[in-house]
Design a protein. Structure first.
Length: 146
């Protein structure tokens, strides 16, 4: 007959392997989640930066014909056409594009809404493989406003 200590050790043999594998799996999921969240944050920052630049470019796009026709007195310096043209030119010259953008202006300030759809790493694990919409809103006031 074997001593009681030997029976206890035999019953516990191998029970550490599932715990180590489970711990490794949890750590791996946490690392993948961190990478996915970081890339999502960086994409949002890039879209916001691009949208901010487009808003500033649009705010500086004076509709010269309308503005100088009244010698700058009580004139609104921005038109929807000048704003759209400036944003389109800015986004064309940018290295990364957007999937959609829109503008609105009251003649003195401009608001630009920018959207990009991105596929994040490990999206199949966390998002079912779906794209994520990154949207940013930026506004700027014309320096030529009275």
């Amino acid at each position: 007959m074997s001593p009681p200590e030997a029976d206890n050790h035999a019953a516990e043999r191998g029970s550490l392997v599932p715990f180590v594998l489970l711990s490794f799996l949890i750590a791996l999921v946490m690392v993948c989640g961190g990478i996915t969240a970081s890339v999502g944050f960086l994409e949002q920052r890039d879209v916001q930066s691009l949208c901010d630049g487009a808003a500033v470019a649009a705010a500086n796009a004076v509709d010269e014909g309308r503005y100088f026709a009244t010698s700058g007195q009580d004139a609104v310096p921005l038109s929807q056409e000048s704003v759209n043209s400036a944003v389109a030119d800015y986004l064309t010259s940018a290295s990364e594009g957007l999937d959609a953008w829109s503008t609105s202006t009251d003649g003195r300030s401009v608001e630009v809404v920018c959207t990009r759809f991105v596929v994040l790493p490990f999206a199949a694990l966390f998002l079912g493989g779906n794209e994520v919409e990154r949207t940013a809103v930026a506004s700027a006031r014309s320096p030529f406003s009275p």
